[in-house]
Each structure stands twice: as structure tokens, then as C-alpha cells.
Design a protein around this ligand. Structure first.
Ligand code: CU
Length: 374
């Protein structure tokens, strides 16, 4: 710092003092005007961002359709309708046994027969008629709390269903976004720890920007009395759950659900969208794709792509995020929870294989140890 900017000192000659006074007045006027503009801009922005709409159900529901629901990593096709309709969603809760790691079995409770539960896709304004069936051979009542619901318990009380029974409730999909759903039957942590969660996308009225590939990825934890990787049947360890010390942290229900032959597939030049959920029940995910940068992130699953050029995005338990990126480079991208022990020691790792012609201008290994990586 120099002191030259302080040359207009009180001891300066009168002419310089006059000039200083003039400049000071001009500066003050400019400052007031600038502050005024800033305040107006702030107010305008606040007006846009802080307006709280009172939403209402669509007045005209035209026709009805049965929702196409999918198992992870698949996503139902984009909605091309331009009007709200009655969407009938059929979901069945089941109690079965799943393999959560190589030769490791776990008695899971599910929505739709698998962990995570079926992906549901509706349009903002739709009237959703949700039919929850509980399989005859279930031992427990189950229900569903969808975070996309405006209404008591997200539908939990209205959908409590005994084994062999069916409950039906309707809700208007008022807010667009990506939402988690889960069982909320007591004890809730037990039902969630056993696999009862999935996701529902409420597409904005104008739809989402077109991409080439969409995938459903959901992180969750398993708490077992047995050690990580111990073969055979596992059992829920409630104490580990209470202590928030999962044995497994996985994507799409099991260790290795999306590696090797089961890796997600895309081509160089394609645009990819991941609908990423975090069921928890406890941990927050630091979702990251090794070797890629998210061009757009719809933080916390909201309807606005409010971040660009992101390395890692936080996904809270019971929350979601939508991430989008272009596939510029052939090879394997690795999805992880960047709380990195979870990825390498507990299972939170998956792959996206990008096929096609490579572009050495984007990345080239010039001299290394002779490792022929992908
Ligand atoms: Cu349940």
C-alpha cells in the first residue's frame, strides 16, 4: 500500500481542498445512488426468491394412467404430457431375503421387491392415487411417507396396511423436485434400516432438460451383528444403528450393485442425469464421481439447477440431489461417498462405463508406470 491516495490532506492549498470537497461530494452522491440500486436489486431478488406461494390442487385433472415404476438403476421415461392427470401408483411391500454383498444375505423389507424401492415419476400438478399393498406373507404392517406429499405424515397414517391388505390415498403433487419416500411404521428406524425406502420424482410442469441417460442411484446403510463381508445370513444390529456405525454403506442395495458387468453404461458425447437419493438412515452422503465434474447440481433435489461445476455434493439423510454432466472421456467413472472409508471399506462405490471413441486432448497419460488404465 502506498500513501498517495491520502494526498488530499487538510494541509493542502485551498484550490486542492476545493477539488477534494467536490470529489468527496460526488463520491458520496455516487455511493448513495449505488447503494440505492443495490438495495433495489436485493429487494427484487428477494421478491423472486422469498415469495411463498400458496399452492392449490389442479382444477382440471384429465384422464388417468397407471404409473410405470422401475427398479434401480432404471428410471421411468420422461413425462411428455402437458396436462395434469390422475396417476395410479401400485406399490407392494414385501419381506424377503437379499444379497447385500457377495454371499452375504440380509432379511430385507421392500417397496416393490427390491432395495431400494421402485422409482416413481409423476408431473407437477398430477393427482396421485397411491395403492399400497402389503404382501400376504408379511409379518409386519407397513406404510409409506412420501416427502413429495403435502399432507399429514406424508401419507403415513393413511397408508398403514396389515399383511394381505391394501390402503389407498390420494395427494396432489404440488411441488416439483426429487423426493425420498420410506416406511414410517413403528419402529421407524428398524423399517428403514431393513430397506424400506425409494424415490419419487415430481417433474416440473415444463419438464427437465433433455438428456440421453437417466439413472437412479440410492445410498443407504445396513447395520449387521456380523462383520463386514461375513458370509451367510446377517441380522439387524439396532445398537449399531443407534450409534450410527453402519457395517455397510451401499449404493442401490448392495456392495458392487453397479460394478463390472453391472456398471451403468453410457457413450462418449451423451448427457447423463443421476437421480441420487440418500435413505440414510443416519449418514450424510458426500456424493462424488471420480473423473468427472457435475455441470449442474439441483441441490437437495430441488427443482432449480442452482450450482454448476461441482466436485462433491452433500446429500442429507432423507434427501436427494439431481446431478448432470456430459460424458466427454471414454473409460470408467467411479461414484463414491467421498467420506472415503465408506467407499473402499463399506461398499459405497459404483461405476459408470463410458464407451466410445476416446479424445486424448481431454486427458492423456504421457509417461507412467506402464499401467494401461481406463
Ligand atoms: Cu415397514
Amino acid at each position: 500500500m502506498t500513501v498517495q491516495t491520502r494526498s488530499l490532506a487538510p494541509s493542502a492549498p485551498a484550490s486542492r481542498f476545493g477539488l477534494a470537497l467536490l470529489l468527496a461530494i460526488l463520491a458520496l452522491l455516487f455511493s448513495v445512488s449505488l447503494t440505492g440500486c443495490t438495495r433495489q436489486a436485493d429487494a427484487a431478488e428477494a421478491g423472486v426468491n422469498r415469495a411463498v406461494p400458496i399452492r392449490s390442487a389442479s382444477e382440471e385433472i384429465t384422464g388417468q394412467e397407471i404409473a410405470v415404476v422401475t427398479h434401480a438403476p432404471n428410471v421411468p421415461p420422461p413425462i411428455t404430457r402437458t396436462h395434469p392427470t390422475r396417476v395410479i401408483v401400485n406399490l407392494e411391500t414385501t419381506e424377503t431375503v437379499a444379497e447385500i454383498a457377495d454371499s452375504v444375505k440380509y432379511p430385507v423389507w421392500t417397496f416393490g421387491g427390491q432395495v431400494p424401492g421402485s422409482f416413481i415419476r409423476v408431473r407437477e400438478g398430477d393427482l396421485v392415487e397411491l395403492h399400497l399393498h402389503n404382501a400376504k406373507n408379511s409379518t409386519m404392517p407397513h406404510n409409506i411417507d412420501l416427502h413429495a406429499v403435502t399432507g399429514p405424515g406424508g401419507g403415513a397414517a393413511a397408508s398403514l396396511t396389515m399383511p394381505g391388505g391394501e390402503s389407498v390415498f390420494t395427494f396432489s403433487a404440488l411441488n416439483p423436485g426429487l423426493y425420498v419416500y420410506h416406511c414410517a411404521t413403528s419402529p421407524v428406524p428398524m423399517h428403514m434400516a431393513n430397506g424400506m425406502y425409494g424415490m419419487i420424482l415430481v417433474e416440473p410442469k415444463g419438464g427437465l432438460p433433455k438428456v440421453d441417460k437417466e439413472f437412479y442411484v440410492m445410498q443407504s446403510e445396513f447395520y449387521t451383528k456380523e462383520a463386514f463381508g461375513q458370509h451367510g445370513m446377517s441380522h439387524l444390529d439396532m445398537e449399531k444403528g443407534i450409534e450410527e456405525k453402519p457395517t455397510y454403506v451401499v449404493f442401490n442395495g448392495s456392495v458392487g450393485s453397479m460394478v463390472g458387468d453391472k456398471a451403468l453404461q453410457a457413450e462418449v458425447g451423451q448427457r447423463i442425469r443421476l437421480f441420487v437419493g440418500n435413505a440414510g438412515p443416519n449418514l450424510t452422503s458426500s456424493f462424488h464421481v471420480i473423473g468427472e465434474i457435475f455441470d449442474n447440481v439441483y441441490q437437495e433435489g430441488g427443482s432449480v439447477a442452482n450450482q454448476h461445476n461441482v466436485q462433491t455434493t452433500l446429500i442429507p439423510a432423507g434427501g436427494a440431489a439431481i446431478v448432470e454432466f456430459g460424458a466427454e472421456k471414454a473409460g470408467n467413472l467411479i461414484m463414491v461417498d467421498h467420506a472415503i472409508f465408506r467407499a473402499f471399506n463399506k461398499g459405497a462405490l459404483g461405476m459408470i462405463k463410458i464407451n466410445g471413441k476416446d479424445d486424448a486432448k481431454i486427458f492423456a497419460s504421457v509417461k507412467g508406470l506402464g499401467f494401461k488404465g481406463e
